[in-house]
Design a protein around this ligand. Structure first.
Ligand SMILES: Nc1ncnc2c1ncn2[C@@H]1O[C@H](COP(=O)(O)OP(=O)(O)OP(=O)(O)O)[C@@H](O)[C@H]1O
Length: 256
């Protein structure tokens, strides 16, 4: 019997299909993502993890010829029926595989989004920048060099600035697409620790190729194969007693 208390639903995905032109990349995906949990998406290369992640803040809208059917409900709002994509991307932030900071100072990188939202007051911006950098566990490392170029930081530091930049928009949900795959093991552990701490405030969905990482940091895991979700359950179940033979073969390293 499971003793865990289930958290409230944050994102309900119902029968989602996605086509890149003629090619179908997602088949009937249905998932219920709980708030303030970390949900990991795993599966072999090309199985649709990133495609699925990008549907959650409509990043695929930017690609020509993409067609989507089905529903994604975030906080009781159908995101494909409401066309306020800017509001959606504020609420559902994203961190990419490689740090993608702008060639400007650390401060300006983090203040960029809030400034775009019209916040000009210096005190208010200072507060947002400090809180975001603290939230991304990098304040102490950069507080004395906020005006220096962000591109002078190490890869691991840059990725935490990217997380700070996402936090500065005050999102509810943060999507992460293999956020540690370009980092060394020590930076990876720092970002993993950060993700674990962040889930008290945010709902996090993360694509990872690293099975140990999924096992270490996620509450729920979805195993994707050929555009379908084969199995979605508590992470400890997926990694110890999965129901589907294909999940077991994948998590034990028999393929992929
Ligand atoms: N912009 C695109 N146009 C056409 N096909 C695409 C596009 N992006 C992805 N695909 C295809 O959709 C399928 C799913 O790709 P996706 O990148 O979502 O997989 P993935 O599981 O994230 O892979 P990886 O782990 O290698 O990043 C693949 O067959 C891929 O070639």
């Amino acid at each position: 019997m499971r003793s865990k208390i289930e958290k409230a639903s944050k994102i309900a995905v119902k029968d989602l299909n996605l086509f890149y032109g003629e090619k179908q990349a997602l088949y009937g995906v249905s998932l219920d993502i709980r708030e303030k949990e970390v949900t990991a998406l795993i599966g072999p290369s090309g199985c649709g993890k990133s495609t699925f992640l990008r549907t959650l803040n409509r990043m695929n809208d930017l690609i020509d010829g993409v067609k989507i059917t089905g529903d994604i409900i975030i906080d009781s709002e159908n995101i494909y029926k409401n066309n306020d994509v800017i509001k959606l991307r504020t609420k559902v932030g994203m961190v990419f595989q490689k740090p993608n900071l702008f060639p400007m100072s650390i401060y300006d990188n983090v203040a960029y989004g809030p400034r775009m939202q019209g916040i000009k007051n210096k005190k208010e911006l200072n507060k947002i920048v400090e809180e975001s950098l603290r939230g991304a566990a990098i304040w102490d490392e950069v507080k004395d060099r906020l005006k220096s170029s962000a591109l002078g930081l190490s890869g691991g530091q840059q990725q935490r600035i990217c997380i700070a930049r996402a936090i500065a928009m005050k999102p509810d949900v943060i999507l992460m697409d293999e956020p540690t795959s370009a980092l060394d093991p020590i930076s990876t552990l720092k970002v993993e620790e950060l993700i674990t701490n962040m889930k008290k405030d945010y709902t996090i969905v993360i694509v990872t190729h690293n099975m140990q990482q999924a096992a270490r940091i996620s509450d729920k895991t979805a195993f994707f194969l050929n555009g379908e979700v084969v199995e979605f359950d508590d992470t400890d179940i997926i990694f110890s007693t999965p129901r589907d033979q294909r999940t077991e073969d994948y998590v034990t390293g028999r393929f992929g």
